[in-house]
Design a protein around this ligand. Structure first.
Ligand code: 13P
Length: 257
């Protein structure tokens, strides 16, 4: 694809006021710089509509952190892709490891969500990654292939009709850990993701419509290294996206990379 993405996952870390102020500051500071990088912010659900209002008319793009797979119905507590669309979301995280761990989200549920989001023309940011034990047991490849194949199984039952999707390789042992991962491991995972996509949907579709990004302890020191990994076109950022100073530093680094 080539175009770079910097995606802020604010998780459940900010109050409503903090979310609004951070969005406002990013809008003001982004207006002062030139960047080709697509910048997406993913606030928590209750703040989406307020942040949508703050960023309207700016270059910032809006993403949700989760969605359900039906557009309407008796599903207490869930949020539909249709509602996310109405709120102005053009992106949505799916299958983040924290949802897999704490909310019991399965590969099959991820697959249904991805298909539903694509129907609404919302770009799914599909999160996949291995645990430390899986890495140590030499099961990284098996885990990534299974997660990715099931995430796209429902979507690829229909012929692909030009929607963009993002795959975020987030090794779970790297999230919030400040640990180091070797560039070769990131590159090998990106290659594996590409190879799997080529088998799932043909290389022509994968090359044109899928972006692969990296997530897990991305900061102002290591971002340029991740972005220089072959096959990686962006980053999904948690902790370092929570202040305007830190996140704008990432934007500037990505813009130069
Ligand atoms: P950290 O950047 O805080 O490690 O979080 C990564 C993440 O989970 C982004 O989705």
């Amino acid at each position: 694809m080539g175009k770079k993405y910097l995606i802020a996952n604010w998780k459940m870390q900010l109050s409503i006021n903090e979310s609004r102020s951070l969005a406002q500051e990013l809008v003001e500071r982004l207006a002062l710089i030139k960047t080709d990088t697509s910048i997406v912010v993913c606030p928590s659900g209750p703040v989406l509509s307020q942040v949508a209002g703050v960023i309207r008319g700016s270059d910032l793009l809006l993403g949700a952190q989760n969605s359900f797979w039906e557009d309407r119905g008796a599903y207490t507590g869930e949020v539909s892709p249709a509602n996310l669309k109405e709120l102005g979301c053009s992106f949505c995280l799916v299958g983040h490891s924290e949802r897999r761990e704490y909310l019991g989200e399965t590969d099959e549920m991820v697959g249904r969500k991805v298909a539903a989001l694509l129907t609404q023309d919302i770009t799914p940011i599909i999160c996949i990654g291995e645990t430390e034990d899986e890495r140590d047991d030499g099961r990284r490849e098996e885990v990534l292939v299974q997660q990715l194949s099931l995430a796209l199984a429902d979507a690829f039952r229909q012929p692909h009709n030009g929607q963009h999707f993002i795959v975020a390789y987030e090794p779970i042992w790297m999230i919030g850990s400040g640990q180091m991962i070797e560039s070769e491991d990131v590159i090998a995972s990106a290659q594996l993701i590409r190879k799997t996509l080529n088998e799932l949907c043909t290389a022509a579709v994968a090359d044109k419509f899928c972006t692969v990004i990296y997530g897990g302890s991305v900061d102002t020191i290591n971002l340029s290294g991740f972005l220089s990994c072959s096959g990686i076109d962006g980053a999904l950022v948690g902790g370092t996206s929570l202040t305007a100073d830190n996140f704008m530093s990432l934007v500037e680094i990505a813009s130069r990379s």
